[in-house]
Design a protein around this ligand. Structure first.
Ligand SMILES: Nc1ncnc2c1ncn2[C@@H]1O[C@H](COP(=O)(O)OP(=O)(O)OP(=O)(O)O)[C@@H](O)[C@H]1O
Ligand SMILES: [Mg+2]
Length: 235
């Protein structure tokens, strides 16, 4: 069964000078489970997330979140509406503690926020790192702290841009298991290059290439898609 459509992207075009990074992207994200966005380097995955989350304004097209047109809204406003994200490059206050990082994010949600920081830390098994400065933590734990920071804004939809980038095998497993269990509570859009992880964890997969959506569907649909196999397997 397919969930409710929570986000819809219509005809998004984004240019950098003459270079067309997104060339008319249409897609929907549904409220159940994990959707992965895959595609070669430079396909436009991060640019698309930047457009959806308000860091970049599209040249054309619209973004609808739960039916509301959010195109061109500020990142802050979009966070308040319920879209959170993490970054391909770790984006934390490294000289502050884990607790302080998550608290700041929860306060930024606004005066009605209930700073439930400890419950987020325990959900992600971060209690033992609570009062340590982030720079002292292994890279894999920092990635999980980033997810905690994102959750502190009480999102209804969470984007994770390459949350396993730069991790060793064990750290990666740990981060993926956190994402997998979160995926049953909140819709997640995951950008990930490891195809084993993607096919294992995703309910739906969207394949991007050269600024366009090349294919979308269940892991089975994607595994059998001829054009996807050409890109990934050189067939
Ligand atoms: N601010 C920018 N100015 C100019 N070009 C940009 C900018 N941001 C992205 N690009 C270009 O747009 C294209 C898409 O980049 P994007 O970062 O979205 O790719 P990606 O799919 O996330 O790739 P990766 O898997 O390497 O993270 C790339 O060719 C990139 O060089
Ligand atoms: Mg990227």
């Amino acid at each position: 069964m397919e969930g409710r459509e929570i986000l819809r992207v219509e005809g998004i075009v984004k240019k950098f000078g003459d270079f067309v990074a997104l060339n008319g992207v249409n897609l929907s994200i549904f409220s159940d489970g994990i959707t992965s966005i895959i595609g070669p380097n430079g396909a436009g995955k991060t640019t698309l997330i930047n457009v959806i989350t308000g860091r970049l304004k599209p040249d054309k097209g619209k973004v609808f979140f739960m039916g509301m047109d959010i195109t061109g809204m500020s990142p802050h406003k979009i966070v308040k509406l319920g879209i959170a994200r993490t970054f391909q490059i770790i984006n934390l206050f490294t000289s502050l503690t884990v607790y302080q990082n998550v608290l700041i994010a929860s306060l930024s949600r606004g005066k009605n926020a209930n700073p439930d920081v400890d419950s987020i830390l325990s959900k992600l098994h971060l209690e033992k790192y609570r009062d340590l400065e982030v720079y002292k933590l292994p890279h894999g734990i920092q990635r999980i702290v980033e997810i905690a920071v994102a959750l502190a804004t009480k999102p209804k939809l969470l984007f994770l841009d390459e949350p396993t980038a730069g991790l060793n095998v064990n750290e990666k497993e740990e981060v993926i298991s956190v994402i997998k269990s979160l995926g049953s509570e909140i819709p997640i859009v995951l950008v990930e290059h490891d195809m084993d992880v993607v096919f294992n964890i995703s309910k739906r997969i969207i394949v991007m290439n050269r600024g366009e959506v090349l294919a979308e569907g269940s892991p089975n649909d994607i595994a059998e898609d001829k054009r996807v196999r050409e890109i990934y397997l050189g067939e």
